[in-house]
Design a protein around this ligand. Sequence first.
Ligand code: CTP
Length: 402
Amino acid sequence: MSLKNHKILLGISGGIAAYKSCLLIRLLVKAGAEVKVVLTKAGAQFVTKTTLETLSGNPVACEMFPPAQFVGTHHISYAEWADLIVLAPATANLIGKIANGIADDLLTTLVMAKQSAVMIAPAMNTEMYNNPIVQENIAKLKERGYLFLAPASGELACGSEGVGRLAEPEEIFTTIERYFQKSASLAGKRVVVTAGPTRERIDPVRYISNFSSGKMGYALATEAVDRGAEVVLISGLTALVAPAGVRLIPIESAAQLQKKVKSEFARADILIMAAAVADFRPAETAKRKLGDPVPAQIKLKPNPDILAEVGRSKKKSQVTVGFALEVGASKANALRKLKEKNLDLIVMNDPTVKGAEFGGDYNIATIYPGDGGEWQLARMTKRELAAVILDKIEEKLATGGA
Ligand code: CTP
């Protein structure tokens, strides 16, 4: 694949594996990419500016405030310029700073100025890599969508054997190629994602709702944006910040969600219903605050099944995906919902399972594509699950939808 017109900013921090980055630059430049290098102070102990400038064909930046040079806001312009930032090698120190919001040099500052498209290739001694603090930092960054290239196992510069070797330049190069293939994979597609809980008013101050955090839906919206899609996120109230690049439509109740889904679905290629829709609502919303006397009962009535309704008007080219929250993970129930709602895929998960609780960052899911297939997935972050779901959707689109 040609990398022509792709701009890659390579950040090199202080590790002996920095020499491998020279080979990586050669591969990238050969494939047509434009490469700019930012070197940390410690990185400059391992490779020289002259080597990197010669290989990349561009000036190499090291300092936040270089003497005798107009600086302006070059940390921002670097971040804006780059289609992808690659940090290779990334030391424990660099990863720790990014994970904890420290921006005390040019590289960490420009990484902070970029909220997506950052790929990190760690390289360090095995003890350091396995240190729970480093592992926690990596997990935190992964959850926020930073991409990681796992280090290899083998002989390390310190003489020991184990995990921590920087991935080989060819492997980093192939991952970058795949990233660009993927980042355009949903270009031109309209994706509607619903997320979070609905609230059904009892009276002016009370409501019926559920524990949905919205994290799965937000992860799906982020992943779809990263793949180049035009994304509409219809969301109940959550504590989350909408990912950059999506059109957010806030809703409160199932009735409002239904209205918005209906109008947005008409122009959509893909609908993913990750919202936890309340199945019922008070038959009437009291005009005044209830309490005196305390109502012995609150009459409820069912909410419309939004996905089932959409399923009835769905065109052949449209792909719809639902979630089945099944306590006890009932495959039969999930398959019934898949059929009743005319879905292309259903993602079943059980929030009572340890490690995949409501509101957490992880999920354990099984995906059913409706053709008898079944993918039982391991415990993974919601962001990782979002990527798997979108891969499956892309396969469906490639074979002509439902
Ligand atoms: N859903 C919907 N409208 C509803 C209820 C659910 O569109 N009124 C969607 C959810 O967003 C989800 C899927 O349907 O994608 C399945 O939701 P779930 O709550 O698991 O199932 P229900 O259809 O509500 O069935 P049950 O209550 O029997 O489990």
